[in-house]
Design a binder for this molecule. Structure first.
Ligand code: SF4
Ligand code: SF4
Ligand code: SF4
Length: 198
């Protein structure tokens, strides 16, 4: 049946995307030109992106992608950035004005704080994506190199953790957007009812 054929083809594509996504570092930094690792994996599968666009993955990541996709290795394209040692964000807390801009920028919910209160980074959860640095209006977020032996998780376990947190944030944001849309719809319906009854 045609519909079943389309479904199984889509399942195969989704599986391939997930496998490629699993080879990416899950820093979720967007340096590849896409809004996260999975969108980059999708673009590779659809032929819209090359295998050498992820600076955090570096040559090691490209080699893994090349081997998996049975493609020749090519070095990191410097147009997308350079490979740097692992970093973690650090907030100079006495300078923080509690504007929450960094919280909104963090793709893995690794920053704790509330409006008008000091913020802090959960170093263990931070992927080092640097997305919180530019939005800070008082430049109180700095990046620090991570000690090679930091934490008890392997690189793969840290990537898996970042992937879970990124996906959880995506679900939360989708739910918040749906709730907001529902509140707007209910408000408009109530206003329309009021107009009808006057
Ligand atoms: S780590 Fe950054 S550059 Fe690499 S795939 Fe993920 S979002 Fe793109
Ligand atoms: S704290 Fe900053 S550097 Fe760390 S993951 Fe969040 S946005 Fe990225
Ligand atoms: S963006 Fe900077 S000032 Fe604003 S809450 Fe974050 S660390 Fe504090």
């Amino acid at each position: 049946m045609k519909a079943a054929g389309i479904n199984s083809q889509q399942i195969e594509i989704n599986t391939l995307i997930e496998q490629i996504n699993g080879l990416l570092p899950q820093t979720q930094c967007g340096q590849c030109g896409f809004k996260g690792c999975r969108p980059y994996a999708e673009a590779m599968v659809e032929g819209r992106a090359d295998i050498n666009q992820c600076p955090p993955g570096g040559d090691e990541g490209i080699a893994a992608l090349a081997a998996f996709l049975k493609l020749p290795f090519k070095p990191l394209n410097p147009a997308f950035g350079i490979h740097k040692p692992k970093q973690v964000a650090f907030i100079i807390e006495q300078d923080c004005i509690g504007c929450v801009k960094c919280i909104n920028a963090c793709p893995v919910d690794a920053i704790l704080g509330a409006a008008k209160f000091m913020h802090t980074v959960i170093a263990f959860e931070c992927t080092g994506c640097e997305l919180c640095v530019a939005p800070c209006p008082v430049d109180c977020i700095i990046m620090k190199p991570v000690a090679a032996d930091r934490g008890s998780l392997s690189a793969q376990e840290k990537s898996a953790l970042a992937k879970r947190r990124y996906e959880a944030q995506g679900l939360r944001k989708a739910q918040e957007a749906a709730e907001k849309a529902e509140r707007t719809r209910a408000k408009k319906a109530a206003l329309a009812n009021m107009k009808l009854s006057t």
